[in-house]
Every structure is written in structure tokens, then in C-alpha cells.
Design a protein. Structure first.
Length: 429
């Protein structure tokens, strides 16, 4: 995630890029993907919807002599003009406390680790200068713990004891027309359901001339969150088509670019924070991909994040040619063992005189089958597997049978004077 480096009080502080969490007003329109909700009227104690990937509403309560109105994408608290406290009796250079005001932000659904951005500064006339110093006093209905300043924009302001304070000497030394404006981001930790902010409105008389109270600078406040970084995973693949679907999460409205063998593919992160891209033309083996997200943050800077994944396309199964051979035979039993090679898992059928006999090719690509019911002589046995064939021939030798011969014939004299001989039986075709 992109980092920005700003300076406050002479110290550099690193901060993550941020996106608007919620807007500034009630009576708001539907949020845009970056979380901005446009306000349509001033309000007190009303609500606006949070934008995805968050949910729920933010309610602002600002009692007392003030009103809350939209100011850009912020909430601007403005003290009642009657509270102007610099008078003709105020001495030049005297700092007067005009009042302390409080506002409470309440989330209907707790938000994790939001950032509270203050915008404050001075109001000026030819004779009077005013400024506002905010302080976070409560979180989740309890006294606020020590909070960290993420960044700020002006060295005249500092953060201590959860308070954004201005260097009064700098205020007094600045030219009459100067506006000592600043912004500061304060990190809130954990699940936050409410934040209470108080702010002191101070003023001083610059000259001895006629007192002209200026417009009140007021305090603007907005909530932000870190821009969601991109993630990517392989949700589906097709080895035969050499294609895959990549999906992931990111910042709503951000553009995702994925480089593929057929050129870059782009997608826009939807309101629900998800995106998807189909990639094709992949090679067998590992295919590496990088998803790059670009999004403009609340400062106008382009924030880039990236995530990697890999798609492995398995090599297509190459069929093993079907082969067949006679391993052994038994002439007396009229059987034979036929074996061979084939595609693992394929069915091999050997057609015998008594009908077909099947077997399955083993994982090592071999098969074997004993066939019976063979005839004496030549047996041509068709062997098939799918569209392939590989025939074999088994020759079963003719059996020798005993015969009786006459006394005058050549033979062997057996018991009882019977001559026993042998004659081969003609082979059956």
C-alpha cells in the first residue's frame, strides 16, 4: 500500500493512504464507491449511510450553541455567532476563551480502526483572529485512551494529550491575512462505535482598532479508513481450455489490471468489494499473474497495491496406444492369458468364442486377462479399447487320445493281449 510522508511539529510521520469512510451530512444521497456521501442540508443529530465495504450509519450529535453543516465531505461545527467574545475591552494580544463545544459521532455498526481527520484553522479580520483546538475526549462511551497522530500538515500545530494545539505565538506573529489552517489524522484502534470530540474556540485582539469579529473558522471532521489492498485467488480453471478465472477483493471503484498472455485484462471492484477476471491462452505448467489495483485516495493521490497468484495448467493426458500379446496358454484347459498396454482407466475387451471378456487398464498402463473356452487350432481374438484395436491369435494344440489297434497292427501289447496305440485326432478348424 502506498505511504505518504507529512510533517507536523518538525517531525516526519508515515501514514497509509486513506479513503473517505462516510460523508458529512444527513439527508445524503447514495454513497459513491469511494465512500463520499453528498450532503443536501444542514443538520444536527441526524445520520448518513456508510459506504461499502462497511455498513450501517453514522449519527452526529452536536448540542449547544453550534450547528453542524456540510463542508465538502466533512462535518463543520460552527459556534453560534453570539458567542463572539472579543470586545472593545479586550486587550491587544490577550487570548480569550470564547467557549468549548462538544460533538459525538456514533456508528450503528462498529468500525474497525478508523481514522478521524480534523480540519481546523483561524478566522481573521483586520482586528481579531480566532482559532479552534480539538480534543478527543471519549471512545465507545469511555474516556479516550492515548491516541496516536497519524499525520498533520502544519508545524504550527502539535498533538499531545489527545489534543491538537496551535502555537499561539505563531498565530500572533502571522500576517493579519494569514489563515493558520491545518489537517490532522488521528488513529482510533479496535472496534469503534462512538467518538466524542470537544473543541476550544479561542480568539485574540490584533490591534487597537475597532473590533470586527471574523467569520468563525470552526472545526471540520471526517472519518476515513485505509484503502483496501487488492487480493487475488484462482477460483476456477479449465486444463483442457487452458483458461482460468481470477477473483479477489479490493477498494470499491478501484481499477484492477491483470497481465495475461493475450494482453492486459481489467476489472472494476464492485460495491461489495469484489472483482473477477477471466484469463485464457495459458501454457501448460505454472502461469504467474500479478493483479495491480489503482485508486485515488482522499488527498487526490493515486494509491497502488498488488497481489500475486499462479495458475498451474496440467498437461493433457496422452492416450497410451493399445497393445496385446499372448503371455501364456494351456492347451489342455483351452485357456490363455492375454496382456498388453493401454490408457490407464480404460476398458479393454477381448472377444472369445464364448463371448466378450473385459478388464481395466491399471495405473501403470498395463492390463492382463485370462480367457477360456478356446477351440483347438487357431483362435483369432479381437482386442478393443474405445476406438483402438489390437488383435491376437492363440493356437490351441490338438489333444492326443488313446485308440485300440488290431493284433496285426503295430502297437504296444497290453494286458489281455490287447494292443494299445495312439493316434492324433485331426485338428478342428
Amino acid at each position: 500500500m502506498k505511504k505518504t510522508r507529512l510533517t507536523i511539529g518538525g517531525a516526519g510521520i508515515t501514514a497509509a493512504a486513506l479513503a473517505l469512510l462516510v460523508p458529512s451530512a444527513a439527508n445524503a444521497v447514495v454513497p459513491t464507491p469511494d465512500g463520499t456521501v453528498a450532503a443536501t442540508s444542514a443538520f444536527t443529530g441526524t445520520s448518513a449511510s456508510l459506504a461499502a465495504p462497511l455498513s450501517g450509519t453514522l449519527t452526529v450529535d452536536a448540542p449547544g450553541a453550534q450547528k453542524v453543516s456540510p463542508s465538502g465531505n466533512s462535518l463543520r461545527s460552527i459556534p453560534d455567532p453570539v458567542a463572539n467574545c472579543v470586545t472593545s475591552g479586550t486587550k491587544v494580544g490577550e487570548v480569550v476563551r470564547c467557549g468549548t463545544y462538544t460533538q459525538t459521532f456514533t456508528f450503528s455498526t462498529p468500525v474497525s480502526d478508523p481514522v478521524l481527520r480534523f480540519g481546523t484553522g483561524s478566522g481573521n479580520s483586520s482586528t481579531v483572529r480566532t482559532w479552534v483546538q480539538p480534543k478527543v475526549t471519549g471512545v465507545n462511551g469511555s474516556p479516550a485512551p492515548a491516541l496516536s497522530l497519524v499525520n498533520g500538515s502544519d508545524p504550527a500545530w502539535s498533538w499531545a494529550a489527545n489534543t491538537l494545539s496551535v502555537d499561539v505565538a505563531a498565530v500572533l506573529a502571522a500576517p493579519d491575512t494569514a489563515m493558520l489552517n491545518t489537517t490532522a489524522n488521528v488513529q482510533l484502534n479496535g472496534a469503534v462505535s462512538s467518538v466524542t470530540v470537544s473543541y476550544d474556540w479561542d480568539a485574540t485582539r490584533l490591534t487597537a482598532g475597532t473590533v470586527v469579529n471574523p467569520d468563525v473558522g470552526g472545526l471540520t471532521a471526517r472519518f476515513l479508513r485505509a484503502i483496501e489492498p487488492v487480493t487475488v485467488t484462482v477460483s476456477a480453471k479449465d486444463d483442457d481450455a487452458k483458461a482460468a478465472t481470477l477473483t479477489g477483493k479490493g477498494e470499491p471503484g478501484a481499477t484492477i489490471t491483470v497481465s495475461t498472455p493475450n494482453g492486459p485484462k481489467t476489472a472494476t471492484v464492485g460495491p461489495d468489494g469484489t472483482w473477477s477476471v477471466d484469463v485464457d491462452g495459458l501454457a501448460e505448467g505454472a502461469n504467474a499473474f500479478t493483479a495491480v489495483q489503482e485508486k485515488t485516495d482522499s488527498t487526490g493521490a493515486t494509491v497502488t497495491s498488488s497481489a500475486d497468484t499462479s495458475v498451474t495448467i496440467d498437461a493433457a493426458d496422452v492416450p497410451t496406444p493399445l497393445t496385446a500379446q499372448v503371455d501364456s496358454k494351456d492347451d489342455d484347459a483351452k485357456t490363455a492369458v492375454i496382456s498388453g498396454n493401454g490408457t490407464p482407466g480404460a476398458t479393454v475387451t477381448v472377444t472369445t468364442p464364448t463371448g466378450p471378456a473385459d478388464t481395466t487398464v491399471k495405473e501403470d498402463g498395463t492390463w492382463s486377462l485370462e480367457v477360456s473356452g478356446l477351440a483347438e487350432g487357431q483362435n483369432d481374438l479381437p482386442v478393443t479399447s474405445g476406438d483402438e484395436s489390437a488383435d491376437v491369435t492363440v493356437i490351441i494344440a490338438a489333444q492326443e487320445v488313446p485308440v485300440l489297434l488290431g493284433l496285426a497292427g503295430a502297437g504296444v501289447l497290453g494286458a489281455g493281449g490287447v494292443v494299445i496305440g495312439r493316434r492324433k485326432r485331426s485338428a478342428q478348424k
